[in-house]
Design a protein around this ligand. Structure first.
Ligand SMILES: Cc1cc2nc3c(=O)[nH]c(=O)nc-3n(C[C@H](O)[C@H](O)[C@H](O)COP(=O)(O)OP(=O)(O)OC[C@H]3O[C@@H](n4cnc5c(N)ncnc54)[C@H](O)[C@@H]3O)c2cc1C
Length: 381
């Protein structure tokens, strides 16, 4: 693995950084306060290739590698973690499974508009009784002539409120438990598809987290993604890729908080000098920088493995997410500390970073789950 960015990766980083600072940063505080995402950003990011960074150009994407995807999510998250997860959930959890498991027709019909940013996508896996125990999904899909009929409820779905398409995991054979799960491409305008509720959250408040209800929701027979019974496998492999996105989000949040802390430490005067002169502050910044670099390297290793076509990179993706989310928690906590009282009020953005960081330890598998994935791999080897 090369530590240096190549020309394409450098260009992507510079473009994403400029876009994040010029277009996203000015909206971030307001989007957080109003808990509303500005959908025009999706269109703009689509034009830059950011809504399908690692999807080939023939399917509407940017045709770049997974490291570029990681870079884009980090840059967006460094100014607005909500924008970071809108892109990450859309790309990793909806575009990627359609690209990897979809038919040519499915890719033309759904992936092209998704990856080009004409519409947003989401993944519906979690249910009220099926969180960490994802195999306990109760939503059913029954074949009726030329249509699948879906019934059930999905909760906590990122982008759920605005998505034009959802990849939905449902049971096609209850007796086979997780081996009886299948994946479906469900357009939001399908009859019986309802956005039932929007959640109010601690952080990433601008990103939609919705409950989706399927009541005799009818979709064409050809919207089965992969083969019947492959749903659990598709979901787990999708989450491996997704964890690289969330690790990148965590690195971005941590870096954004550190940059705010550095600027403030140089400017804030106490005892007649900038607080940056105090060793207590300097050590916090040094620890942040070191841990952020380590988190990014773990994340890039997992991205590199995905780019190289490694069959299994679950352990490395889990390590990246576990470590990066921990770093995001620590870096944002210390950034608030560097700001003192001002860090606790919303005049400065670090309190938002602190609230945003927490979710990286929870979604796409909690930190406990990442430890389970890593330890299973250790004990199997
Ligand atoms: C903002 C947000 C966005 C989300 N986006 C999506 C999305 O887009 N699509 C989607 O499908 N889901 C999404 N989720 C769901 C998310 O992935 C789940 O919340 C997460 O996997 C945990 O499931 P749970 O909430 O049911 O917690 P539970 O599974 O009830 O876990 C509760 C606690 O018990 C621990 N625990 C559970 N089982 C074990 C075990 N075997 N060993 C040790 N500890 C265990 C967990 O680590 C956790 O600490 C989102 C959630 C949130 C909050």
């Amino acid at each position: 693995m090369n530590f240096e960015l190549d020309d394409v990766q450098t260009l992507v980083r510079d473009t994403a950084r400029r876009f994040a600072q010029e277009e996203v940063a000015p909206l971030a505080a307001e989007m957080d306060k109003t808990a509303t995402f500005r959908m025009e950003l999706v269109k703009q990011m689509g034009e830059l290739g950011f809504m399908g960074v690692a999807i080939p150009e023939q399917y509407g994407g940017g045709g770049m590698d997974y490291r570029c995807y990681s870079i884009v999510v980090e840059e967006l998250s460094a100014v607005c973690a909500s924008t970071g997860v809108v892109v990450s959930a859309h790309s990793s959890l909806c575009c990627d499974p359609i690209y990897r498991f979809g038919t040519e027709e499915q890719k033309k019909k759904y992936l092209v508009p998704l990856a080009s940013g004409q519409m947003l996508g989401c993944l519906g896996l979690t249910e009220p009784q099926a969180g960490t125990d994802a195999g306990a999904v109760r939503t059913t899909a029954v074949l009726d002539g030329d249509e699948w009929v879906l019934n059930g409820t999905k909760i906590f779905i990122t982008n759920g409120g605005q998505a034009g398409v959802a990849v939905v995991i449902a049971s096609t054979d209850r007796s086979a438990k997780h081996r009886g799960l299948s994946a479906f491409i469900v357009p939001a305008d399908a009859p019986g598809y309802k956005v039932a509720k929007e959640e109010h959250k601690l952080g990433i408040r601008a990103s939609s987290t919705a409950e989706l209800v399927f009541e005799d929701c009818r979709i064409p027979k050809e919207n089965l993604l992969g083969r019947p019974g492959e749903g659990f496998k598709i979901a787990m492999q999708t989450l491996d890729g997704g964890r690289i996105g969330i690790a990148s989000q965590a690195v971005g949040i941590a870096r954004g908080a550190m940059e705010q802390a550095i600027a403030y430490a140089k400017e804030r005067q106490q005892f007649g000098q900038p607080i940056a002169n105090f060793q207590a502050i300097q050590w916090k910044l040094a620890d942040m920088a070191t841990e952020i670099d380590a988190a990014r390297l773990l994340t890039w290793r997992a991205a590199w493995m995905k780019d190289q076509g490694f069959k299994n990179y679950s352990r490395e993706a889990a390590m990246a997410k576990l470590f990066a989310s921990d770093v995001a928690m620590k870096a944002t906590r210390e950034a608030v500390q560097v700001f003192g009282g001002y860090g606790y009020i919303d005049e400065y953005p670090v309190e938002r970073y602190y609230r945003d960081a927490k979710i990286t330890e929870i979604y796409e598998g909690t930190s406990e789950v990442q430890r389970m994935v890593i330890s299973r791999a250790l004990l199997r080897d």
